[in-house]
Ligand binder design. Structure first.
Ligand code: GDP
Length: 296
């Protein structure tokens, strides 16, 4: 099941069920909103987001928004579509690639898909933006982590800078210098992940942030962890001031609602979504396309 499919199916059922009438009026608005509310909650959309969405749709549906000659069902779909886009963050948030070299710091919990995403993003930047990326292996704690990055880099044809067990701070600085001297215009730092957020991890990431002045700090989160995404994002953001979020594993059976809640709940944009293990399975996130997919 693809990202958004669950909500899409459920939502269409909700809207159609109560919208046989030709115009919107108090009764069918009320019934349909109840159904839409249920659809959102079942898809794991955050309760606060559901409340805001429903309140906004209700206000517009009751407040003379109705257009002559448009069927009730179409009116409701249009309303929900507009409000979904607002909740999803309105526009696509592109990466800031103006600096040379651009440093992109990839952070996240272990297993979230950080290393895989670093490689996918480097590949995307090389193909779509004609960039010459350099990936930097800084996870000196998880056995095999740097080897995994090297292996991925061989497949994507993106070079990897690593200095084994040396302090990540030192390696990162050397990597940026290397990039400057060798024409690499994007440096992706694959930082260490931990099973839980701990002070030591956060301190190390913060030091790294201070000494490398990244243009982007992207949090990679696993789309399968549901509402916990919001807590993880808030915790990383409070210390590191993230520039955006990348949600992975949306090809799994996640209901998707938690992901749809990130932007509203944390005020951070989703910049990319990962929908598979393959190197091409990373796409920029477009709120409008997502709303189209849900109500299309
Ligand atoms: P890290 O510990 O955060 O660096 O996580 P990894 O990059 O090693 O990823 C952990 C596992 O998740 C690997 O088996 C990846 O192939 C897998 N993975 C990462 N992104 C996705 C995705 O979007 N979809 C699927 N199905 N698997 C993914």
């Amino acid at each position: 099941m693809a990202f958004g499919d669950f909500l899409s199916k459920r939502m269409k059922k909700s809207i159609e069920k109560n919208m046989k009438q030709s115009t919107l009026h108090a009764d069918n608005i009320k019934d349909t909103l109840r159904e839409i509310r249920l659809a959102l909650l079942e898809a794991d959309v955050n309760v606060d987001v559901v409340k805001a969405l429903i309140a906004n749709i209700k206000e517009k549906a009751e407040g003379g928004y109705i257009e002559e000659g448009v069927k009730a069902h179409q009116q409701m779909v249009k309303l929900v579509h507009e409000e979904l886009i607002t909740v999803l963050g309105k526009e696509n948030a592109p990466l800031n690639l103006s600096k040379k070299p651009t440093v992109i710091m990839m952070v996240g919990l272990q297993g979230s898909g950080k290393t895989t995403t670093t490689n996918k993003l480097a590949y995307l930047l090389s193909k779509k933006n004609a960039k010459k990326p350099l990936m930097v292996g800084l996870d000196i704690y998880r056995p095999g982590a740097i080897d995994q990055l090297i292996e991925l880099g061989q497949k994507s044809n993106i070079p990897v800078f690593e200095k084994g067990k040396q302090s990540p701070l030192k390696t990162a600085k050397q990597a940026i210098e290397f990039a400057e001297n060798n024409g690499h215009d994007v440096v992706l730092l694959d930082t260490a992940g931990r099973l839980q957020i701990d002070k030591e991890l956060m301190n190390e990431l913060n030091e790294l942030r201070k000494s490398t002045s990244p243009s982007e700090i992207l949090l990679v989160v696993d789309g399968m962890i549901g509402q916990e995404i919001i807590n993880v994002t808030n915790e990383f953001n409070s210390l590191l001031k993230l520039s955006g979020v990348v949600v992975t594993k949306l090809d799994g059976d996640a209901r998707g609602g938690a992901t749809l809640s990130i932007s509203y709940m944390t005020k951070l944009p989703i910049k990319f979504i990962g929908e598979g293990e393959g190197i091409n399975a990373l796409a920029p996130f477009y709120p409008k396309r997502m709303a189209d997919r849900i109500l299309g």
